[in-house]
Design a protein around this ligand. Structure first.
Ligand code: ZN
Ligand code: ZN
Length: 417
């Protein structure tokens, strides 16, 4: 039995991009000075990756599912279950889960969908909701607060569906919506039942919160009351085989986004918190890299994600995106100095492209480089969309990542005799 190595998947969130005229036709990765990423490329195998499939713009949740080997077309039923798991609710297959906002309404009109960016008191408000509306009929309602104005709701019972519209209108100054069955729902009856339950939950949340002492105190202090819960981002929980069971690799996740962290919990990975990882431009990439190196001591596989490049892409700010890519480069530089790549394989890539000119995720493939144990280096000399397109990996999909990583580190299983 040969020795099994360790694997790292390191993701610069949304790092892929398109050529920009402001950068003389270079992408932000190509224009940024990235000595460590280039060193990875010089010693590694490069290529392009369609996170899900060619041309398919990916969410961070579906892209991470695919990269970890769980086909999103088969298993993805909305983000709600990951959100709910991320805030500590024990989501079970069949549950319908939502992310929610505490908001301020006057009648049906949403005055502020973040309740004045409420920072404290939501624990008490959530407790009042849990007590006041623990069930609607036979269906159990499980509600938990998250950070600031955010929360999650899980409906547990028979005959529920995720095929409904949201209640949160995603803007202030307009009426909130009634949940309705999607017009093409597979099970219209279950969708109607679920929509009715959600509308009843929302109505009761308003009843419970309107005159709650926390809100009376907020009004007296001149603050907006958090007097309703508005659900959105619905999803049905499905069974996903835990990652350790699937690959035989004891696995950890070090990421900055709650949604991806929720997926990690869902797959029963060790989700490691790094307090200095802010999820913004000011994140401490060395603290994250240090945590990755430390996690490798007692794990076989670590997935890490630095969020900042995606923020730059959404902001349409190529300078900030380049600086964020510089952070990814410094994190990789740290790993090159502190990890034994004779016994470890790393994949450095993005979970999707977030081109500055688009301001959102696009269907463009992302550059990949595998480096370390088991890797046969090609002739690519630098990391970027165009250089990697000439690499020996050619073009893969997110679903190909785990078979490749497990193969490089000797943890793959033979097919046939
Ligand atoms: Zn992403
Ligand atoms: Zn994004």
């Amino acid at each position: 039995m040969s020795h099994i190595g360790k694997g790292i998947v390191f993701i610069g969130d949304g790092m892929g991009g398109r050529p920009l005229p402001e950068l003389d036709g270079k992408t932000t990765i190509e224009a940024q000075d990235t000595p460590a990423l280039d060193a990875l490329a010089r010693g590694g195998e490069c290529g392009l990756m369609d996170p899900i499939s060619p041309g398919q713009a990916a969410g961070s949740d579906t892209a991470h599912m695919a990269i970890l080997g769980y086909d999103p077309f088969k298993y993805y039923r909305g983000r709600g279950p990951f959100e709910a798991r991320g805030v500590g609710i024990d989501v079970r297959p069949g549950d319908v889960a939502f992310r929610c906002n505490f908001a301020t309404v006057d009648g049906r009109k949403v005055l502020d969908r973040r309740a004045g960016r409420i920072e404290s008191g939501t624990d008490e408000l959530a407790a009042a909701i849990s007590e006041g509306v623990s069930h609607i009929g036979e269906v159990q309602c499980i509600f938990a607060p998250s950070v600031a104005h955010r929360a999650a709701l899980v409906l547990r019972g028979e005959g529920l569906s995720h095929e409904i519209t949201p209640v949160d209108p995603h803007e202030s100054g307009v009426d909130y919506w009634d949940a309705k069955p999607l017009p093409d729902a597979e099970d219209p009856e279950a969708a109607q039942t679920t929509a009715d339950l959600v509308n009843e939950f929302v109505r009761r949340s308003h009843e419970i919160l309107e005159n709650h002492p926390v809100n009376q105190a907020r009004r007296e202090a001149g603050k907006l009351p958090a007097n309703i819960v508005l659900p959105r981002g619905v999803g049905t929980a499905v069974h996903l085989q835990p990652i350790e069971e699937r690959y035989g690799l004891h696995s950890a996740m070090i990421v900055e986004v709650d949604l991806v962290r929720g997926l990690g919990h869902y797959l029963k990975m060790d989700v490691i918190r790094v307090p200095e990882a802010t999820g913004g431009y000011d994140t401490d990439e060395i603290a994250m890299a240090t945590a990755v190196a430390a996690a490798l001591e007692d794990h076989d596989f670590v997935l890490a994600n630095i969020k900042a490049p995606d923020v730059g892409g959404h902001d349409g700010d190529y300078q900030m995106k380049m600086e964020a890519i510089g952070k990814v480069d410094r994190a990789i530089g740290y790993l090159l100095d502190h990890v034994d790549f004779a016994a470890t394989t790393i994949l450095l890539t993005a979970d999707h492209s977030t081109p500055c000119a688009v301001g959102d995720h696009s269907g463009d493939p992302v550059p990949v480089v595998f480096h370390g144990m088991g890797v046969r280096p090609d002739d690519v000399q630098s990391y970027g969309e165009r250089p990697c397109a000439k690499g020996s990996i050619e073009r893969i999909r997110g679903m190909d990542v785990m078979p490749l990583i497990t193969s490089y580190i000797g943890a793959g299983k033979k097919f046939g005799a």
